[in-house]
Design a protein around this ligand. Structure first.
Ligand SMILES: [Zn+2]
Length: 611
């Protein structure tokens, strides 16, 4: 009997273990860091206590930390990639050739020991006992003394030291605008473990994925430095620098340094910047969010950085209304970094000699507070979801706030996608962000084709549905790690239209759309699907009596159709390359998709004029 039971157990166990994990879970981190900054030598030393909660159903024998600053060293993976990619980021290379015949040299390869970035872990304990760890480039691999059980909380205590690299990309010392410290990806950061396993990606160039949690960070830095970043300052009266309550006295302590104490709840990153010559403006918005602006007190930036402030509030209002209420109490726009980059509760933005040169970037980075910092998709795997959705909504905000053109999504941004297709270097958007063959295919894919995912969705399911879906998506998935399928399911449930085909074709393949009016005979129209990718079709017919009739042909796979005033025709099954229908009157002209929102790569065959 006992034996038989054992046999049954052996047979059934593998089946039990192989069950799909269909319930959502996410890991949790609570960081407490105390960091002493040597601003003059661009170095810092710190301690980190990390309480890590394993909410996964798995036993963890190892954990991994990111040590991003190690990327800025000669011979790093970032350096090697920079030397082999055919279109390197211009900020990261020096052209030692000519303008017509450029020869790019990696700036990382030329860094001297006092210019490189590093993050060194000096000691690490798990629940008070030393653990062995190994640094491999930008990743720290930790073999645990005792495995972490499902549901268990453990405490890691670490001491570390770092050096701020010369500004190569995003973070570093003395930016182009001469901001002293742009501190992004600066601390040993636990890698994310989710339903797909570990995401301990080496830092090669691009995107991030972090663990949700709370940060308590104290920075000790020279008194004259003004700090801005993630988190609410807990001791403003001890700091001043524009953070203080002006109705109360300052209580600044004696000594060379100030200790800035920040708390950031429910974020997956902590970033800051500091400069001895920052101007700091505070704008309390009507919606309740406090906006901070920190920028160089330099004549050439003052005007634009003032002008952008009320516009930032307008953009905040636009996103609050069209996605959902900004979920933190504070957001800071900080001069620093290179270009613009989104971080938790803040952004680092370079430049600003004119309003035009920064306002679009400010809107874009602010929109990322929703599409990355509240809806934390794994950017490395689905860069189109944060960059694409951000580009979509910030373009709408720009056209509303800056040009007052209304809220119609625009097809004018399709040009660079068509260029990518014609250059025949497009890669499916399921490609890992680091491993696109070219920067061009990565950026046009993620930003342009990613935003077209939504613009085109207006064409497929109707713009009222898209508006509802964005709000529902935010409501359901804020403070989580949504996947492409999560968004698709929200869209399906809200619209009643099936969209698996759309996610597959547009994101997981490089298929293209080309529909044509094949023939018009009398009152009979024949349409053809020339490209591989199927779509529902809108047709505008002009009759010989100059009246116009609009038709809508749903795609059979949609099992539904968008709300429309057009004459609804029978479904088009994708396997059929041709589709024929008849009109009631004599035809003069037929046009497929006069909105231009369908990304048809060959529009010349979309119009048929009867001679
Ligand atoms: Zn972006």
């Amino acid at each position: 009997m006992k034996k038989l039971f054992l046999v049954i157990l052996i047979i059934t166990t593998p089946f039990l273990a192989a069950q799909n994990n269909t319930t959502y879970w996410q890991q949790h981190v609570d960081y407490t860091m105390d960091v002493d900054v040597d601003a003059k030598n661009y170095q810092y030393k710190g301690t980190q206590q990390l309480v890590y909660t394993n909410n996964s159903p798995d036993v963890l024998n190892k954990v991994f930390y990111h040590l991003y600053y190690n990327a800025f060293q000669p011979g790093s993976e970032m350096d090697l990639r920079l030397q082999s990619i055919i279109d390197p980021d211009k900020r990261m290379v020096t052209n030692i050739g000519s303008r017509d015949n450029p020869i790019y040299e990696s700036r990382i390869a030329k860094l001297k020991p006092n210019e490189i970035g590093y993050l060194k872990v000096l000691s690490l304990q798990q629940n008070g006992i030393d653990v062995s760890f190994e640094t491999e480039g930008t990743v720290l691999e930790v073999k645990l003394n005792k495995a972490i059980q499902p549901g268990e909380k453990v405490t890691f205590n670490m001491s570390f030291e770092g050096q701020v690299p010369v500004m190569i990309r995003r973070a570093g010392r003395n930016s182009e605008d001469n901001v002293a410290l742009s501190m992004a990806q600066w601390y040993p950061k636990m890698a994310e473990y989710d339903f797909e396993g570990w995401h301990a990606d080496a830092y090669i160039a691009r995107e991030f994925h972090g663990v949700w949690g709370n940060f308590d960070v104290t920075l000790h830095i020279d008194k004259n430095y003004v700090v801005g970043g993630t988190g609410y300052l807990q001791n403003p009266q001890e700091i001043g620098h524009g953070y203080e309550d002006k109705t109360k006295p300052l209580t600044i302590k004696k000594g060379k340094k100030l200790s800035w104490h920040f708390i950031a709840p429910n974020v997956h990153d902590f970033t800051w910047a500091a400069d001895p010559n920052f101007k700091h403006d505070v704008l309390k918005t009507k919606s309740g969010t406090t906006l901070h602006f920190l920028y160089k007190n330099n004549k050439k930036y003052l005007e634009a950085w003032k002008e952008v402030q009320p516009l930032t509030e307008k953009a905040l209002d636009y996103f609050n209304e069209n996605i959902g209420q900004y979920p933190w109490k504070q957001y800071s726009v900080i001069q620093g970094g290179d270009g613009g980059m989104e971080y938790a509760m803040c952004t680092l933005i370079a430049g600003g000699e004119t309003l035009r040169s920064i306002v679009g970037t400010v809107f874009h980075e602010l929109a990322h507070a929703w599409f990355q910092h509240a809806l934390a998709t794994n950017e490395s795997k689905h860069s189109w979801m944060d960059e694409g959705f951000t580009s979509y909504i910030s373009t709408l905000a720009s056209s509303k706030i800056l040009k007052n053109k209304g809220d119609e999504p625009s097809s004018s941004s399709y040009r660079s996608y068509f260029y990518l297709v014609n250059a025949e270097i497009e890669e499916p958007l399921t490609t890992h962000a680091d491993r696109f063959h070219t920067n061009f295919a990565f950026s046009t894919g993620s930003y342009t084709k990613g935003s077209m995912f939504l613009t085109q969705l207006n064409y497929i399911i109707g713009k009222e549905n898209v508006k509802k879906i964005l709000k529902k998506y935010f409501q359901e998935f804020k403070f989580k790690h949504p996947t492409p399928n999560d968004f698709k399911r929200v869209a399906e449930k809200e619209s009643g239209i099936q969209l698996d085909w759309y996610l597959n074709e547009w994101i997981e393949t490089a298929h293209t759309i080309d529909y044509a009016v094949a023939d018009v005979e009398g009152s009979t129209i024949t349409l053809a699907r020339v490209g591989q990718m199927p779509m529902p079709i809108d047709v505008t017919v002009t009759y010989t009596d100059e009246t116009i009739e609009k038709f809508n042909i749903p795609l059979k796979m949609m099992r539904g159709e968008k709300p429309t005033k057009a004459t609804k025709l029978k479904d088009w099954a994708w396997a059929n390359p041709l589709y024929t229908f008849s009109t009631s009157k004599e035809i003069k002209k037929v046009e497929i998709d006069d909105s231009g929102l369908m990304a048809d790569i060959e529009r010349s065959n979309n119009i048929f004029i009867v001679n």
